[in-house]
Design a protein around this ligand. Structure first.
Ligand code: ATP
Ligand code: MG
Length: 297
């Protein structure tokens, strides 16, 4: 049965991918309320439980093999559900093999470095899974919506080129380098609708247990909704590549977003075909001697 579920989970993933070279229009091209063939929360939760078990089985093989690392990039508007997605996908993983990093407004020290520096520092090593809650893509999203953030970046005088296209190229090259060197890059955009974001913000205001999550900055950034949609569409159009495609995760139903994110991680790990290494470094005769010694005790 898990084999069938694995297939059905993996089949969720290709329709989420942004075809390299495609011109994406948001919100037209992707429906945030899509739930594929899943009717309801219960149906999705059962599949998620199997998916999480499958992840639990794959991760130690990735770790033992020490050949590939996986960086999972999560982008989305405020209240798109990045945190809860991480929580659910992580629930199946051994914490010793995972790192999670949230990228916030850069510090003075970070601003004194090239813009990819702080993202490169947090990359997972071989055998590890690294989760990025926001990522180097903020450099073509929030910074693009607020170009005044370029000011403090200590950049050299720019030539004629457009800084955003320059960054798309640099990011594509960097990811190419990572994938060529065994660090897989899985990119997930949690696509929430404007109406659903409004509903979630209001819920945070109405529910005293959730009000702590609310910030005035959230409402301020929401005023730039259309600019963000435009920046996201450009990002998806220019940085979805054969080696590191974007996946647009419909995020209006959290239960489906979690399932789709888990399925994407599962699919990425399956493609790496992690296996326990078969030891060849210890000669057979020595292994037999070790066995004899232990058995003789
Ligand atoms: P949550 O609100 O769910 O706790 P968050 O990721 O929104 O999580 P916040 O502390 O609210 O975390 O916000 C972090 C802010 O930092 C975001 O608004 C993001 O756009 C901003 N940020 C991230 N990277 C950069 C960057 N390179 N330059 C400027 N701002 C950035
Ligand atoms: Mg926030």
């Amino acid at each position: 049965m898990p084999d069938e579920t694995l297939k059905s989970l993996r089949s969720l993933v290709p329709p989420l991918r942004v075809k390299p070279g495609a011109t994406v229009r948001l919100p037209h091209d992707f429906d945030p309320a899509n739930t594929a063939k899943f009717r309801d929360r219960e149906h999705a939760q059962a599949a998620l439980a199997v998916g999480v078990d499958l992840l639990r089985d794959l991760q130690p093989k990735l770790a033992a093999q020490e050949r590939f690392g996986l960086v999972v990039i999560l982008q989305g508007m405020d209240a798109a559900g990045k945190d809860s997605t991480i929580q659910h996908v992580m629930s199946g993983l051994n914490p010793q093999g995972v790192t999670v990093h949230s990228f916030k407004v850069p510090s003075a020290e970070e601003l004194l470095h090239d813009y990819l520096w702080r993202y490169a520092r947090e990359l997972p090593s071989r055998g590890m899974i690294g989760i990025y809650n926001r990522s180097h893509y903020e450099e073509v999203l929030v910074v693009r919506v607020h170009p005044e953030y370029l000011g403090p970046q200590h950049l050299p005088p720019s030539g004629d080129g457009d800084v955003w296209h320059q960054r798309f190229n640099e990011i594509n090259s960097w990811e190419r380098y990572l994938v060529d060197n065994g660090i897989e890059v899985l990119k997930l955009f949690l696509n929430v609708s404007k109406e659903e974001q409004r509903r979630r913000f209001l819920e945070r205001l109405d529910n005293p247990d959730k009000t702590w999550k609310f910030t005035l900055a959230d409402v301020r950034e929401r005023r730039f909704w259309d600019d963000y949609q435009q920046a996201y569409a450009e990002m998806l159009s220019h940085t979805s590549t054969e080696y590191a495609p974007w996946h647009v995760i419909p995020a209006d139903h959290k239960w489906f977003a979690r399932l789709a994110a888990a399925a994407s991680v599962l699919d990425a790990l399956e493609r790496l075909r992690p296996r326990y290494p078969r030891r060849v470094s210890i000669p057979k005769a020595e292994l037999q001697r070790a066995r004899a010694e232990l058995e003789a005790e």
